[in-house]
Structure formats: structure tokens, C-alpha cells
Design a protein around this ligand. Sequence first.
Ligand code: ASC
Length: 128
Amino acid sequence: QKSPEEAAIDYRKAGFTMIKHHFGPMGAMVKGEKEFNAEEFAKNAEAVAALSKFPMNGFIPGSDMGETEAKDNIWANMDDFKKKMETFQVEAASLAEIAKGGDMAAIKPQFGKVGESCKACHKEYKKD
Ligand code: ASC
């Protein structure tokens, strides 16, 4: 039986794993490593936008333990982390909207903004 804190860690890791699963193929299409398929791209963008809302729920008080990729400084900077997570949510929602148009020229810069919003947190709060 897992404690609520252990369960919260599993939950947020699962969320990030799912986000990565949907983010990766979009990156490959943007870079031209994978053939652009507008419908598949839009589905992935929709998934990331939906999934972006979840991981924050797993950063509950007391879940600052165990084997995780979160740096210790995340706990003293929860307001900033939450703000950065919200930026990710906004940018991901915008990408999902733009992706419906199926135009790579419009998608590309917004995909970049989503990537930047991922990186903003990783730089400060994720172990290398
Ligand atoms: C990925 C991945 C990340 C982000 C980040 C975006 O594919 O695994 O952590 O993109 O590098 O800038």
C-alpha cells in the first residue's frame, strides 16, 4: 500500500511520461525527421494541452522524497513553479488551437513556445 505522497509522485511521473509520449512525435515532425501529418500532429497537440493540466496535482506537500527528477529547490519556489506550469498550459492550449489549421508555418513558432515553456521549468527545477 502506497502512501498518498508516494501515489502523488507516481501520478505526476505518469503525467510527464504521457506528455513526453505526445510531445516527441510533434518535435520530430517540426524538425522534418518525421513526415508531417496534420491530423496526427493536431491529436498530439490536443493531448499535450489536456495533459498539461495534470502533473501539478501531484506536487503535494510532503511528496518531496523518493527517487524523483525534481530538484530540492522546487519546494521553496512552488509559486514560481506553478506560474511556469500555467505558462506551459496556456502555450500548449494555443498550439492545440493552431494545430487544427494544419499549417506547419503557423505551427512551428508556437511549438517553439511550448518547448521553451517546458525548458523554463527543467532549467530551474529538473535534475540533469
Ligand atoms: C522534449 C523533452 C523535453 C522537452 C524540452 C523542450 O522532447 O523530452 O524535456 O522536449 O527539451 O525544450
